[in-house]
Design a protein around this ligand. Sequence first.
Ligand SMILES: Nc1ncnc2c1ncn2[C@@H]1O[C@H](COP(=O)(O)OP(=O)(O)OP(=O)(O)O)[C@@H](O)[C@H]1O
Length: 200
Amino acid sequence: MQEPALQLEGVSIGALSDIDLAIAPGEVVCLSGPSGSGKSRLLRAVADLEAHGGRIRLGDRDQAAMHAHAWRRAVMLVPAESQWWHERVGEHFARDMPETLAELGFEAEVVEWSISRLSSGEKQRLALVRALSYDPEALLLDEPTANLDAQSTARVETWLTRLIRERRLPVLWVAHDPSQIERVGSRHLRIAGDRLESAL
Ligand SMILES: Nc1ncnc2c1ncn2[C@@H]1O[C@H](COP(=O)(O)OP(=O)(O)OP(=O)(O)O)[C@@H](O)[C@H]1O
């Protein structure tokens, strides 16, 4: 099977207008820009969580022609602030993820932990594990390491970049840290007013 690219054509959302962007399989496009410039809203538009203009496709599938829940499972948004609805961590996963949990530094019992005890950094890492448990075909990551210390950040970056490469996922990754962008990004785009410009 040929892996799909993620394509935005003439997308408009909030102050952003007429955005064209093609993200190839396995490519990580880092997105930066001032606070309030519209990074999160653009991700929400791509995830079909906000009304927007233009066309968004994953391979030959068109967002407008798909049920929102099916699109969101394929084009998975991991927001900066994750939401949790069951009582225990493991209930949120689509399948068991023991190796991933170990790789991110969790003991196997984490699946039994109550959501109420999680730190913000634990929530952030577990939200990524939850997203990947659904085997998405594209990822939208909103500052995925914002609440993490340097060691956890390094672990998450190593795990994510390997998985993105292996599964050939197109990825839009909101990041502020220039050194992280350098490490993980295939390309770096910055929001400038109503458009995206190349930051390299
Ligand atoms: N549903 C909405 N309707 C109208 N305006 C909105 C909506 N959601 C967010 N905004 C506004 O759109 C602008 C962009 O918000 P967004 O959250 O995308 O910024 P951001 O670039 O992700 O910022 P930050 O780096 O601070 O997270 C902000 O001015 C925000 O107040």
